[in-house]
Design a protein around this ligand. Structure first.
Ligand code: SF4
Length: 296
């Protein structure tokens, strides 16, 4: 057993699972997904125009899709959907979109802190912007803050956070050194429910700007909400995991792997072996890209 597997063995308590189950082929999933299953698409709905509190920076769309409609040749294939056009997601009205194409990190952080664009602001104690160095080459995206994150202002600080840290440490990642961690929504949904499509649509411009500013070389998407929001799909995590996707944000085209959310792994520890396989896939792809870049 190599050193990396030993670390994973300890971090994820995989020992018996490796021996009993093995790792299914890429894309396979072996268990019911309970809350990781595709959500039923909500009917289109209107919601109050999002807006920032007075003093917040002006915002606009970093992905002007109008440009696509001006291309001279109609594309034979529509290509992947814009993440904000994913089924079940509503897009904020034009002119009121909370987007920050010209903002830097400080402005973006201030915009999140003062944001009242959706009803999640009403019950929050603190916004949860994200954590990690701005030079990080890895980005991990989760769903939204829970109670402990809402109290601390930092993502993934509870039991699921400790598991995530252990998982990341097994592939050499540390939120203090080399990985940035953020969520799809920055305020805690009440009762730890999943964020609603309109809440995701309101908040997604912040995350998309974070992706642009960070320009990561690899993205790990934790769970259904993150995968659906960023990849524009309603497919199950089980069918999305085990493969490398392309995450397109602005001019960026970043490889991404989907895996189970740590909270799900706490409820379904028998799935940890699959999560470890996803982490290995991500790391191998990241390292291969590095070798190719260096000409090794
Ligand atoms: S969840 Fe996002 S969009 Fe909603 S109030 Fe919080 S920061 Fe604003």
């Amino acid at each position: 057993m190599d050193e990396r597997r030993q670390r994973a063995w300890q971090a994820l308590e995989l020992g018996p699972l490796w021996r009993l189950r093995g790792v299914p082929a890429a894309g396979a999933h072996a268990a019911p997904e309970d809350d990781e299953a595709p959500a039923a698409a909500l009917p289109p709905q209107r919601f109050p125009a999002p807006g920032l509190e007075p003093g917040s920076p002006a915002v606009h769309d970093p992905l002007p899709r109008a440009a696509a409609s001006m291309r001279p040749d109609p594309a034979p294939s529509p290509g992947p959907p814009h993440p904000e056009d994913a089924p079940g997601l509503s897009r904020p009205p034009a002119g009121a979109q909370v987007e920050v194409a010209s903002s830097g990190w400080p402005e973006l952080r201030a915009a999140v802190q003062s944001c009242r664009a959706c009803s999640l602001s009403e019950g929050r104690n603190r916004t949860v912007f994200g954590v990690g160095p701005q030079e990080a080459r890895w980005l991990v995206i989760g769903e939204g803050p829970g109670a402990e994150e809402d109290a601390s202002g930092e993502p993934f600080v509870g039991q699921a956070g400790r598991l995530l840290d252990a998982m990341l440490a097994a592939i050499g990642l540390d939120r203090q050194r080399n990985v940035f961690i953020a969520n799809v929504v920055k305020c805690r949904p009440p009762g730890n429910r999943n964020p609603l499509p309109e809440e995701i649509a309101c908040c997604l411009p912040f995350l998309r700007r974070q992706v642009e500013l960070l320009a990561p070389q690899f993205v790990l998407l934790l769970g259904r909400v993150a995968a659906h929001a960023m990849l524009g799909t309603e497919a199950s995590v089980g069918s999305l995991r085990g493969q490398v996707h392309r995450l397109r944000v602005g001019a960026l085209d970043v490889p991404a792997v989907v895996t189970w959310h740590p909270s799900y792994l706490l409820r379904r520890p028998e799935e940890k072996a699959l999560a470890w396989a996803d982490l290995c896939l991500a790391q191998e792809h990241f390292e291969a890209a590095g070798r190719a870049e260096r000409g090794d």
